[in-house]
Design a protein around this ligand. Structure first.
Ligand code: MF3
Ligand code: CO
Ligand code: CO
Length: 266
């Protein structure tokens, strides 16, 4: 599949969808506390998207080939769950870490973003994993400009992550996004500099590194969706939707509650 280049009006729609996706995370933040179930968080987000925003929760009934329909409106991945966790009646407890991944559709365009949350005070190890994963995302974002390649992004993320003693999940990746939830290209979080597709203005894709405290190996649960670390070590993930601009990047999934807006790593 070829990589679509968005027109200026499509980019404007992507900005709207991206802002709305990030605002769902702002909305849910005060509710992420010990004692709540992930299904309660799902219901709150669902109602906020549908009733307040007039957006469509893209995960609900999402059904890629070989999958069964995803049954909820957000993904909630707790502790050793890497991604695609299904909200459930399980209660969050102090010390847990959770990724909440939100994808909205507005006027036919998708915005996709996720953040990590600490449920009560985190352990030192959990805080280090979550902060390192956030920095890994930014190392990837900092590579985005016309003429650079997907391999430059993947390499920057992998090198930074592994130099901190953590491992990169290889089975899941970022993705082109627009009218489709997932479209070309695949944005790997590992790779070789100066290889792969060359970035061009108007491309929109996500970067969403999944980082394990232990080994990189993954396992899928029998629910057909939830991905966990094989060694049961903690895992973290952060995600933004990015636009390649004429001279760099624009992050489309930034809102008032986004942490550390203009963090500069270079
Ligand atoms: N939001 C995820 C991503 O970042 C995809 C979730 S698919 C779902 O690509 F069906 F689990 F929602
Ligand atoms: Co995504
Ligand atoms: Co996502």
């Amino acid at each position: 599949m070829t990589i679509s280049i968005k027109s200026s009006s499509e980019i404007q729609s992507m900005r709207v969808a991206g802002l709305l996706a990030s605002e769902v995370l702002d909305f849910i933040t005060p509710y992420v506390k010990p004692g709540v179930t992930t299904d309660f968080l799902n219901s709150l987000c669902h109602n906020y998207m549908v009733d307040s925003q007039g957006t469509v929760p893209a995960p609900l009934n999402y059904c890629p080939p070989g999958y069964k329909p995803f049954p909820k409106s957000i993904c909630t991945s707790v502790n050793h769950q890497i991604c695609h966790g299904i909200p459930s009646e399980k209660t969050l407890k102090s010390g847990d870490i959770i990724n909440i991944d939100v994808t909205v559709i507005k006027d036919g365009f998708h915005g996709d973003t996720s953040r990590m949350f600490f449920v009560g005070p985190p352990s030192i190890a959990a805080r280090r994993l979550v902060e390192t994963t956030y920095d890994a995302l930014w190392h990837g974002i900092n590579e985005v400009e016309p003429g650079k390649t997907l391999g430059d992004i993947g390499h920057a993320i992998q090198k930074f992550t592994e130099s901190n003693g953590f491992s990169i999940v290889k089975e899941f990746c970022g993705h082109g996004i627009g009218k489709n939830f997932h479209e070309a290209p695949q944005v790997l979080h590992y790779g070789t500099p100066s290889t792969g597709e060359i970035l061009l203005p108007g491309m929109t894709f996500t970067i969403e590194p999944m980082v394990n405290a232990g080994k990189a190996n993954v396992r899928e649960l029998s629910d057909g969706w939830t991905i966990v670390t094989k060694d049961k070590s903690l895992s973290a993930q952060w995600e933004h939707t990015i636009l390649v601009t004429e001279n760099g990047y624009e992050i489309l999934t930034v809102s008032a509650g986004s942490p550390d807006l203009h963090k500069n790593i270079k």
